[in-house]
Ligand binder design. Structure first.
Ligand code: FES
Ligand SMILES: [Fe+2]
Length: 343
């Protein structure tokens, strides 16, 4: 990997003098490699609902059944989730500790995990159990013969994991989000399939993050008639910065398109202006997850697979919808209208 200098990352703290990162930050595979080590292996990522292009991960019923397991891939890494006998969920690399054969090839339920290649057996906590023919080895089994547990967190209907040691506990971001919408119960959300759930995004993951945090383009790109710029009161567009996340929100032009006041935090209430209602809570969780809460439910965007092809290192995004079963606004057209969603 090539050596990088501070020039490769420099952004002037004075916004009047700041410029974009050099183009290599968006196209150089070495730069992406560095980002994977320093960013993506230290941050929480949503376990994709669709495991990989080859197989669609079936999450229905998971993780409620002890012994259930499901393979998926994230950032090109083969992984699987495994529920143990106490229904605790663990996440492991999907490779055998003997000779790296994939362990779990499709979703299923079972007792021990048996490697299809030479029969090495692990329990549902990933501990080595047995391997026929290896009985007389010295100093065996060792710690490295167990499967390596990766951090995993369950939050409402979502599962997040980290490929390495996370920079901050997941609950830090989750608490900020929960605090912004005390009247919304994530557990009540119901998955709603939409046709364009997985999208190929020709571009670097930073462009997605950048576009999301840029509200300046809304008045140009999402203008009327019928666009987001029509649906919100742009004057009230607000960005709140947190340590590993950011919240953007604005009032709806029409109060009926906004949240019921008791669903969101009291800080969003305008004194003596009951018709000012929050149109959406757009949460960005560094580096690649957006949770877009609307009165009808939630649209989740995450960039989770990467391709290195002619366009350079790029990410594939997913756009998953959840409806809020406790909301009366599920079918109201004003707020479920795709053209008024944040993209
Ligand atoms: S690769 Fe799994 S037992 Fe050999
Ligand atoms: Fe946009």
């Amino acid at each position: 990997m090539r050596e990088f200098s501070s020039k490769d990352f420099f952004v002037h703290p004075d916004i009047r003098r700041a410029e974009s990162l050099p183009d290599s930050a968006f196209t150089d595979p070495d730069f992406l490699e560095l980002e994977i080590e320093t960013v993506f292996k230290k941050t929480w990522m949503l376990v994709p609902r669709h495991g990989s292009p080859e197989h669609s991960t079936g999450f229905s019923g998971f993780p409620n059944k002890p012994g259930s397991r499901v393979p998926f891939s994230l950032m090109g890494k083969p992984l699987f989730l495994q529920s143990n006998s106490k229904r605790e969920i663990n996440c492991f690399p999907n490779v055998c500790t003997h000779a790296w054969h994939p362990l779990v090839e499709s979703p299923g339920i079972g007792g021990s995990i048996v490697c299809p290649q030479h029969g090495r057996e692990f329990d549902s906590d990933g501990r080595f159990v047995s391997h026929r023919g290896f009985e007389k080895l010295e100093d065996f089994p060792r710690e490295s013969d167990n499967l390596r547990k990766l951090p995993v967190e369950n939050w409402g209907p979502f599962m997040s994991m980290c490929l390495g040691e996370p920079l901050a506990p997941f609950k830090k971001s989750a608490e900020n989000i929960k605090e912004s919408m005390p009247g919304i119960d994530l557990e009540s959300f119901k998955y709603k399939p939409v046709p364009d759930e997985v999208r190929e995004v020709d571009g670097n993951w930073k462009q997605h993050a950048w576009n999301y945090m840029d509200n300046y383009h809304i008045r140009f790109v999402h203008k009327g008639p019928g666009g987001l710029a029509d649906a919100i009161d742009l004057q009230t567009y607000t960005t709140e910065l947190y340590q590993h996340s950011a919240l953007q929100w604005a009032y709806a032009r029409r109060p009926e398109d906004g949240f019921d006041p008791q669903q969101v935090a009291t800080r969003f209430k305008e004194p003596n202006k009951a018709d000012k209602r929050v149109f959406a809570l757009w949460w960005f969780i560094f580096p690649n997850l957006t949770l877009n809460f609307y009165p009808w439910g939630l649209s989740v965007n995450s960039t989770c697979r990467y391709r290195e092809d002619l366009t350079g290192p790029s990410f594939t995004g997913s756009n998953i919808h959840w409806t809020n079963r406790s909301s009366s606004k599920e079918t109201r057209s004003g707020s479920t209208n795709k053209s008024t969603m944040r993209t």
